[in-house]
Design a binder for this molecule. Sequence first.
Ligand code: ADP
Ligand code: MG
Length: 388
Amino acid sequence: MPSDACEVSLDAVNKFYTRGKRALCDLTVKVNPGEFVVLLGPSGSGKTTLLRSVAGIERISSGTITIGGAAVSSGSNMHVPPERRSLAMVFQDYALWPHMRVKENVAFALARTKQNRSTRLATALEMLERVGLSHHADKYPNELSGGEQQRVALARALVAQLGLVLFDEPLSNLDADLRERMRIEIGTLSRLSGATAIYITHDQSEAFALADKIGVLEHGRLVQFGGPESIYNQPASEFVARFTGISGDIKAVIQECVAPGMVQVAVPHSSGGRILAKNLSNAPLGGEVSLLFRPSALRIVDTNTENATLRAIVTDVAFRGRGYDIALRLQDGSHLNSIYSDHRMKLNESVGLSVDPVGCFVFGGRTSSLDSQSLLSCHPLHEKETVA
Ligand code: ADP
Ligand code: MG
């Protein structure tokens, strides 16, 4: 099928709602043709506003949006209406026509093509076949499950090969078991179609699983844009690190700069082993910081082994099928969760933790009274794709 994928770019886009609410702040981002970009952010961060602005449902206050090289919104005056933007959208609530059969819902997306009715229906059936729903073609949407309805919506979005598909949290109304299957289907079929995809969600695991690139939104600002791996390994801020999944954090003090961007920290009740972390703080030597751990950075080990740099007590054991998620309490009283174990551990069991610097980040920058003179030459090393 491949469609002619569109480049989408937003340049310094601002959106004020009435009563002064600023939902998008100087937002600049470029989505390359054929790329699958996920915009990730908590509720209220501006995701829906951004998507609706690209779709043309919402008017921007200033800035420019271009699709396929042509400006579709510029400032508060120039605004191409949604029906002339040649893009398709998949909504949270499926938004199918209840009075039309499944095949007619899909064929409706071809209404503006020059194809005659029977060709449109044949093309719709082909697309339904691809999403595994051809046997439901003559049913009405209310005769289908939520997952099936969302597949119809996906078929409708892809059938016209418009080059740009927008997804507004399409999995959030589905049950957990369906969500994963549908996530795979969306990823596979959108990529097969060749279209550019912009997908918004508040779910970090969905974002990491689907995206070629992730943009993280905070209060209407794009705070980081990059590949899933770079966002996981090099979060631009404490907010990004927390929002993309940590086991927990503890207070620490910077002891020594061991390499550019890498520091050794002291933590309360450590067993004496070295704890190294990526320095993303502005703290000087001796500065008090927060040490954040990705779940992947922590490994449960025997309390006596050399690499058991932290000691903890097991407070919760959750069986996850492929293993166990362990929650722990450290000696200073702080909690860590989602730590992997391949076997069931006992509640209140004492364990050691080894810490991999790759998933440990130091943020913050309060100067400790212990030592405020020595400023550190070991400051954040961010990748170029990081946005301020
Ligand atoms: P998200 O989709 O990330 O939850 P939204 O784009 O829906 O975020 O909202 C961003 C901000 O704009 C929020 O503070 C929200 O309350 C506000 N907002 C959204 N729509 C409107 C509206 N129609 N009128 C006024 N404020 C709005
Ligand atoms: Mg929303």
